[in-house]
Ligand binder design. Structure first.
Ligand code: ACM
Ligand code: ZN
Length: 412
């Protein structure tokens, strides 16, 4: 039995919770909580019926991602969110700390990241901003750890970096002055892969971020990096030449340059900080490092997980069609989460064993308030929790709906 396995026994005279770790006992208590609230079984007449529960999760990676880069979430809101996650036995929170539209973490060596990069001018001409100090980050990481949730930082590279480039223009190919992006969507200006400055900058930033997060993993982003500026940049082209990054049938030279960039940062994270990397599935393009974990989000590229796991890489599933909680809810969205099959029969048993788990993302472009965030997350996060935890043999859509509806008064 794993470190998350627990047992509950309730008889006429005795209630016991057993587990071999504190984490397991914590999950036992969370289930007891649900029993007492009447969420999992009938507590009519204020009596708890005798019950025996022998339980452990299907996946060790049960995750949600928050995006305070697009709309900032104050620390209290993140903590509230962590409490909700703990209630449903999630164990990973990914914080998307940097993006084109905002830089949200204090870096002492580069104060302009928050002086300039954490602020943008909204359509009405008003300034919008916010960031977490290092003390606040440590506080929230501990708050989560006390609830057996690991916080994983995401530092986007080499794209989605306009907020940093606005603060330090020399990081881009052309070094032009700019501002954090004031509209949604992906910025064409990215970190130069030919200069050495961006690598040094990212190493320094990692030196401050990594020690605040005791997680085994560090998320390097890696998604949606347009190659326009690299194609035109003499220094990027020189790097391509020097590194022998020839275009192939599968990958352009610039895609291979991105792979060079990611693998250099991976090596730094491993050697200096003992961290493994996770990257969005674009890290497959240009050649996947054998030690990286991919986070699959392109539902429309169904080969990413078969390809990565065939190469022996770990994968975390976050298909946008099902697990993007910022997408509108309709009659298909909830069953689309609950009934999702992360282990299609087309994968071999060895490949299935490389799937660490699942993650839902809440991208916050259109989520300006915590009320909106909660509205979008619920009840999908309950369906996700059950998909992540329960063996398919015990899942029941009708049973889920019945248990879900009982919780509506509390959610309201
Ligand atoms: C992503 O949605 N760009 C990972
Ligand atoms: Zn360049």
């Amino acid at each position: 039995k794993g470190e998350e396995h627990y047992m509950i026994e309730i008889s006429e005279s005795k209630l016991s919770i057993k587990g071999s770790t504190q984490k397991a006992l914590f999950y036992g208590l969370k289930t007891l909580d649900q029993i007492l609230l009447g969420d999992v079984c009938n507590t009519a007449n204020k009596q708890i019926a005798p019950i025996r529960i022998d339980d452990e999760p299907r996946y060790g990676y049960r995750a949600l991602m928050l995006d305070p880069a697009r709309h900032f979430l104050p620390l209290e809101d993140v903590k509230f969110y962590i409490d909700q996650m703990a209630k449903y036995k999630y164990n990973i929170l990914q914080l998307h700390l940097t993006d084109d539209q905002g830089w949200r973490v204090e870096i002492k060596k580069y104060p302009k990241l928050t002086e300039i990069g954490a602020k943008r001018i909204e359509g009405e001409g008003t300034e919008y901003g916010g960031f977490y100090t290092q003390e606040e980050i440590k506080d929230v990481v501990k708050y989560a750890a006390d609830r057996f949730i690991t916080v994983i930082p995401e530092l986007e590279l080499p794209g989605h970096e306009m907020a940093a480039i606005a603060a330090y223009p020399e990081l881009s190919c052309k070094g032009e002055q700019g501002t954090p992006r004031i509209i949604w969507g992906v910025e064409d200006i990215v970190m130069c892969a030919g200069k050495e400055e961006p690598f040094k900058f990212l190493e320094d930033v990692i030196d401050e971020i990594a020690p605040m997060f005791p997680s085994e993993y560090f998320h390097i982003g890696g998604d949606e990096c347009p190659k326009i500026s690299w194609k035109e940049c003499p220094l990027c082209q020189k790097r391509i030449q020097e590194e022998g990054l020839k275009g192939t049938k599968e990958h352009s030279a610039e895609e291979r340059l991105q792979s060079y960039f990611v693998q250099r940062m991976e090596k730094y994270l491993a050697e200096k900080h003992g961290k493994k990397i996770i990257g969005w599935d674009e890290i497959l393009e240009g050649g996947l490092s054998p030690t990286a974990t991919i986070m699959w989000w392109h539902t429309w590229s169904p080969n990413a997980v078969p390809e990565a796991t065939a190469q022996g890489n770990h994968a975390i599933l976050s298909p946008n069609a099902n697990f993007y909680f910022d997408y509108q809810q309709d009659k298909n969205s909830l069953p689309g989460v609950y009934n999702y099959n992360p282990m299609p029969e087309s994968l071999s048993d060895a490949q299935k064993a490389l799937i660490l788990g699942i993650q839902a993302n809440l991208w916050c472009e259109y989520i300006p308030s915590f009320e909106r965030a909660q509205y979008m997350i619920m009840p999908r996060m309950m369906a996700m929790a059950e998909l992540a935890w329960s063996d398919p043999s015990v899942k029941s859509w009708d049973g889920f709906k019945e248990r879900m509806v009982k919780q509506f008064p509390r959610l309201n």
